[in-house]
Design a protein around this ligand. Structure first.
Ligand code: ARG
Ligand code: ZN
Length: 884
């Protein structure tokens, strides 16, 4: 299959270089939603203005899944000879320069399982328009550079749909005949259609208010099912904290009278920043100690922040076209990361973010779906809501922030808003604001937007008298369509630890010492830095805080790594060097496997160092938990030329067992102490210390599992759990074990939480992650479980995505059953919801990293998807690229 052509043959590949500005601008949009139980009639009245005198026809997007009822131009009903309708467009012929077009369409939201456009979730109406959902509501120039002012009127049955919401500020409301009512909304800020939203439902509401720094009062409302309202308090607190943070850090205030959030159970992504009316996946709103883990609480805070921050970075200034998606997403992820760092622990947040980048973005960048932060072609834009656009995009912003400094960055943001408020702009416009505010030339830096692939930095040292010459060499592997790469411009932060463990600050000819280390700027493929008078036995602490999204290779010995592990005062660097040490050690075990048996055991020094970390009472328990959390099986695989799933699983388990054996007493002791401290607290708390204690004791469970008292401790942990953090930690360990109590506990969890969708997701997840020998069979059978559902994205992801993405051992089952299972599900889900199906393709596409036998099986599965009848553009694009 050629890229751009697929079995339906509809969608063509589109290219950034073909961008042209809109031929017509929409200035005002008036929408009337006449909602019935299953259908809706939408009347849209739009005033258009011609921008390009060479275009006599108005071409609008739209067509699929809706019926055109009428077209009316300046008050005259148009006959069918005045317009042309194709599958994806409506063309109105020979229109005047300025005119009003009124279009009526009929929609079928109750049948909309794609969850794009207007759909129903839990009996309520809601919308998802990003990226191209608005075209399934009415015919419109559905592109982000057409920005208009919207007025909306919603009419529906009053008893069934008491709550009627849209963007902006509330207007008139009132009753209508036959038990119906209406509500009007007006959004004064011009916006692109992807930010449009409408909601009608029977919902409870949690309300609060916020006073902005200039004294304006904002009404805050979180709408959710009545029974879930008590779980909305954390989200509300996070919203208020976000509003305050953006004022403090960037001087940005909220700009409407109300901020509404709706939580829905069926949602393709995390959440959506519609102007004044965010729609959220319940997963990122609802949280109570009983039903949500500490990590869930953090995610709620982060996503609430993310959507709130979009109000400026995304809504007030938006993207010119979808190639610029990272303009708003990379920047907004950076902002939500900074928000969470400021509210919690900066080091822990950075560790989490880097772990995610390495787990999700690096494999993407190394595989067949690699694309740059600003892609230059696509078939289906929904396929580009990726870790590269979001997370690597955030790293690009973070590098700019480091290169020009926090002050110039803030000035750059101000300049960006001064120049572009109310506009749809490009990544170049953003970089220009940063360049102009700082005076730093960012031309070479912008290669980060256009070049895909993860660069590798190789650091070597050479002594020259009392000095050390540190050489950094960079290279970047080819990616699809980009065989050669130019060197990147990047910040490289590092430190030195002296022979007695003390921090050193040797002068560097071309580096600048800052608060957290010496900043080296790298822009050539090889650069050498001279550090003056470095005592013998000093060790460099490299790439502190991960100042660039790269692979790092260095010549540090095991002894030097162990030295850094105990002496580096930079917590991120300490964590990272520990990961490095553990990774190398586990991979050594993997390499030693012969005939199903490891020929090596864990290095004594590494074991001892692990013991020292475990016994360290002075460090933050959450940080200890990070240090002892071993690199995942997926992570280890990335460092092998050919991934050996079974050996990786065995070696990693062997490592855990040996630690558990060697340090049994310390592990149990530490665990007990954490639990006692938690039990002595009057009540469950989300403070830093309690979270840390839970994190450490729950991480220790993984080691305790491998000891003779494993079953007792884990089952007791489960039975005593009073919150989901503890309960789920125990459940995960037990679900993956051979314990006697396993089936009983899984059944117990299910019955306790039946009906709590987000918790039942966890029940599926725990089984999807199981490494037990029989796990795959169990996972395949769970598809037939009455609570499994192809139509609910969260449920799908909990079982299928978690399995394919995180259970390396069983996904890569040697007989190909894991691949077949995934391929079959993809084809089935594709008929229901192409976006969700497409998100499952990536794991099958990474066949180049496996042995020839598995490669063949994986390609066969990809072929099977391609050969299925009527696959979507979404899935078609990714499968074709995966086979190329
Ligand atoms: N803009 C949203 C966010 O990151 C994501 C929505 C994308 N949805 C989609 N179907 N592609 O906050
Ligand atoms: Zn976003």
């Amino acid at each position: 299959m050629d890229a751009g052509l697929n079995t339906s043959g509809v969608k063509q590949e589109i290219f950034l270089k073909d961008y042209t500005s809109p031929a017509f601008m929409a200035e005002t949009v008036d929408l009337l939603f006449d909602l019935d139980e299953d259908t809706a009639i939408v009347t849209s009245r739009v005033t258009y203005k011609r921008m390009d005198s060479g275009q006599s026809n108005l071409v609008l997007n739209g067509g699929e899944f809706m019926k055109l009822l009428s077209v009316n131009l300046d008050g005259h009903l148009l006959g069918e000879d005045a317009y042309v309708v194709t599958e994806e467009t409506l063309t109105v012929k020979s229109v005047p320069d300025v005119f009003t077009l009124t279009i009526q369409t009929e929609l079928y939201p109750a049948d909309n399982t794609r969850l794009e456009g207007l759909y129903k979730s839990g009996g309520n109406f809601c919308t998802q328009c990003e990226a191209e959902g608005f075209r399934h509501i009415t015919y419109f120039p559905d592109r982000p550079d057409v920005m208009a002012v919207y007025t909306v009127r919603i009419e529906a049955d009053k008893a069934r749909y008491p709550i009627l919401l849209s963007n902006g500020n509330p207007g008139k409301t009132g009753d209508l005949p036959e038990g119906r009512h209406f509500a009007e909304w007006y959004d004064p800020y011009p916006k692109p259609s992807y930010l449009f939203a409408v909601v009608a439902g029977n919902l409870g509401v949690l309300s609060d208010t916020y006073k902005t720094k200039s004294g304006k009062r904002v009404d805050l409302n979180i709408y959710a099912a009545e029974a879930d309202l008590e779980k909305c308090h954390h989200a509300m607190a996070a919203l208020k904290a976000s509003m305050k943070w953006d004022e403090d850090v960037f001087g940005l205030e909220y700009d409407l009278d109300v901020y509404n959030i709706l939580a829905v159970g069926d949602f393709n992504m995390g959440a959506m920043e519609n102007k004044g009316l965010n729609v959220f996946n319940t997963k990122y709103v609802l949280a109570s100690p009983e039903t949500a883990t500490d990590a869930d609480f953090d995610h709620v805070e982060g996503v609430i922040g993310h959507e709130y921050f979009h109000n400026w970075t995304g809504n007030r200034v938006t993207c010119r076209d979808w190639f610029q998606l990272s303009l708003k997403e990379g920047l907004t992820v950076f902002r939500d990361q900074e928000f969470s760092s400021d509210l919690g622990s900066r080091a822990l947040k950075r560790i989490d973010d880097v772990r995610l980048l390495r787990a999700a973005q690096f494999p993407e960048d190394a595989g067949p779906l690699a694309h740059s932060v600003r892609p230059d072609h696509y078939v289906e834009i929904n396929n580009f809501y990726t870790a590269t656009v979001y997370n690597k995009g955030a790293e690009v912003i973070r590098m700019m922030h480091r290169l020009i400094g926090a002050q110039a960055f803030r000035k750059g943001m101000e300049l960006y808003f001064n120049r572009h408020d109310g506009q749809a702009v490009t990544c170049d416009d953003f970089a220009a604001a940063m360049q102009d505010s700082s005076g730093k030339n960012l031309d070479q830096f912008k290669l980060w937007y256009s070049q895909a692939g993860t660069p590798t930095l190789t650091v070597t040292r050479e002594r020259d008298g009392g000095d050390i010459l540190l050489t950094v060499h960079q290279s970047c592997p080819p990616t699809p369509g980009q065989p050669e790469k130019e060197p990147n411009h990047l910040p490289f932060l590092m430190g030195w630890i002296g022979p007695n463990g003390e921090p050193l600050e040797p002068a560097c000819s071309n580096g600048v010492w800052q608060e957290d280390g010496c900043l080296l700027e790298i822009s050539n493929s090889t650069e050498t830095f001279r550090f003056k008078d470095v005592p013998t036995g000093s060790v460099p602490s490299l790439l502190r805080t991960f100042t660039a999204p790269v692979h790092l290779k260095h010549d540090l010995s095991k002894e030097e790594k162990l030295f850094l592990m105990s002496h580096d005062r930079d917590p991120f660097a300490r964590w990272d060097i520990t990961q490095d040490l553990l990774r190398v050690e586990i991979l050594r075990l993997v390499d030693s496997y012969k005939d199903g048996k490891a020929q090596e055991t864990v290095d004594k020094d590494v074991l001892d160092a692990f013991g020292t970390v475990l016994a360290d009472e002075s460090a933050d328990p959450a940080f200890i938990a990070e240090l002892i959390l071993l690199p995942s099986e997926n992570d280890l695989g990335q460092y092998m030329d050919v991934i050996k799933p079974e050996e990786i699983y065995l070696a990693r388990t062997q490592f855990i067992s040996q630690v558990a054996d060697a340090h049994r007493d310390i592990v149990l002791e530490r665990y007990k102490k954490c639990r006692e401290m938690l039990e002595n607290q009057a009540q469950y708390s989300l403070d830093k210390n309690s979270k840390g204690l839970r994190r450490l004791s729950n991480t220790l469970l993984g080691f305790i599992k491998q000891t003779s008292s494993g079953e007792d401790v884990c089952c007791e942990h489960y039975n005593n759990a009073t919150n989901m953090t503890d309960q789920f930690a125990a459940l995960s360990v037990i679900a993956s074990s051979e314990f006697q109590c396993r089936n009983e506990i899984l059944a117990n969890f299910y019955h306790q939480w039946k009906g709590e969708d987000l918790v039942i997701d966890k029940w599926f997840m725990a089984q999807a992650m199981s490494r037990r020998d029989d796990a795959l069979e169990n996972i395949v059978n769970l598809i037939d479980h009455p609570d499994f559902s192809l139509t609910n994205p969260n449920r799908m992801r909990s079982l299928v995505m978690v399995f394919a993405g995180q259970n390396q051992r069983h996904f890569h089952a040697n007989d190909g059953r894991g691949y077949n299972f995934l391929a079959e599900i993809i084809v089935k889900v594709d008929k229901v919801n192409p976006q969700v199906a497409a998100r499952l393709v990536a794991p099958l596409g990474r066949w180049k990293k496996l042995d020839p036998h598995r490669q063949k099986l994986m390609k066969t599965s990809l072929d099977a998807i391609l050969n299925a009848k009527h696959i979507s553009d979404d899935v078609g694009e990714l499968v074709a690229k995966s086979l190329a």
